[in-house]
Design a protein around this ligand. Structure first.
Ligand SMILES: *Cc1c(COP(=O)(O)O)cnc(C)c1O
Length: 343
């Protein structure tokens, strides 16, 4: 059978020939000695894009998030985030294990954050209480289907965190998608946060890599934390070159992924499992509560016909468009999925 249409995640992309060429040509050195020019160039370029002072390359988004959280929250302090956030759902308890960080969550509401309610959760330092040190939000919000937090909400959160003297972190694994969907400049996002993590190996199509972005002082500390976590690398310039290529060539094209996700949602809408109005970026959430198949059965049946679907719960699935999904792939996926989802 031909190559399956893989809609599980935007992490499944492979580097393009031009990206591989950039990797092959990369100048490298030992980054532990601070001598990898390609890595330094990528970190500087990323910091500038977000209007921040400095950035640090990490092998994964989880490591970037966890370094950022350790920068903002000391052991025994707490982080507030939503119960569906990647940092408390998919990171293996890393905040507690690596950072001694306590987490308290608000009810999942995707991008629709109730700023006043979040502000009400903040606890001051004091006898008995676990003091709140930071708040984390996710842009775009993964489990709610790639939804985009409105810029006004982020600004209001920034005001609240400044008033209370707590940090604000953005898990920006897909912040590029928010930038394309809402037209908010990356530098404007960058201004709202103390720390950001951004991912080069999701929608942007690099094989490896994320970045922590923050002030020069924090990034200097981040370098030590990264080394402690085993994330210091040597000639990582070959990876940085892929990331640099992705930053320069694969951000604007995300609009194509968003268009394809919208087309997919519209085509599957008659089945009643997708809400096309909720699809803002490259993720199509599948609510299978009334579908003829549950998640695992849908996943297996689609796989048999060459379409890979992400199953995230008994009655919850997800389709993700990305660099390696063509219009023909999308037609094939619709032909397979619509009958499976329709009674
Ligand atoms: C994928 C993802 C991460 C973690 O990235 P990895 O590179 O897989 O470690 C963090 N946050 C969000 C929202 C993600 O989707």
């Amino acid at each position: 059978m031909s190559r399956p249409v893989d809609l599980r995640s935007d992490t499944v992309t492979r580097p393009t020939p031009a990206m591989r060429e950039a990797m092959a040509q990369a100048e490298v050195g030992d980054d532990v000695y601070g001598e990898d020019p390609s890595l330094g160039a990528l970190e500087a370029a990323a910091a500038i894009r977000f209007g921040q002072e400095a950035a640090l390359f990490t092998p994964s988004g989880v490591m970037a998030n966890q370094i950022a959280l350790q920068l903002l929250v000391s052991p025994g302090q707490e982080l507030l985030c939503d119960a569906d956030a990647h940092v408390v759902t998919y990171e293996g308890g890393a905040a507690a294990v690596h950072g001694g960080i306590s987490t308290r969550t608000w009810q999942p509401a995707g991008a629709a954050i109730d700023v006043a309610a979040v502000a009400g959760m903040i606890r001051p330092d004091g006898f008995h209480a676990v003091p709140t040190a930071a708040i984390a939000v996710e842009q775009t919000h993964n489990r709610s289907g790639g939804t985009v937090i409105p810029f006004d909400t982020l600004r209001a959160l920034r005001v609240v965190t400044e008033e209370h003297g707590v940090g604000l972190h953005c898990d920006g694994a897909r912040i590029w998608h928010a930038h394309i969907a809402d037209g908010v400049p990356l530098a404007d996002y960058g201004q709202q946060f103390d720390t950001l993590s951004v991912c080069l190996s999701k929608g942007l199509g690099a094989p490896v890599g994320s970045l922590v972005i923050s002030s020069a002082e924090r990034i200097a500390r981040a370098r030590t934390i990264r080394a402690r976590m085993g994330g210091a690398m040597r000639q990582a310039g070959v990876l940085a070159a892929a990331g640099q290529y992705a930053l320069e060539h694969h951000v604007a094209r995300l609009a194509d992924d968003h268009d394809r996700a919208a087309r997919l949602a519209a085509a599957l809408a008659p089945s009643g499992v997708v809400d096309p109005a909720a699809v803002r970026t490259n993720i199509v959430a599948l609510d299978l509560t009334k579908a003829p198949l549950d998640g695992p059965s849908l996943g297996a049946a689609a796989r048999e016909q060459g379409v890979l679907v992400s199953v995230l719960g008994p009655r919850f699935g997800r389709l993700v468009t990305h660099l390696d999904v063509t219009d023909a792939d999308l037609d094939r996926a619709i032909d397979v999925l619509l009958p499976l989802l329709t009674r």
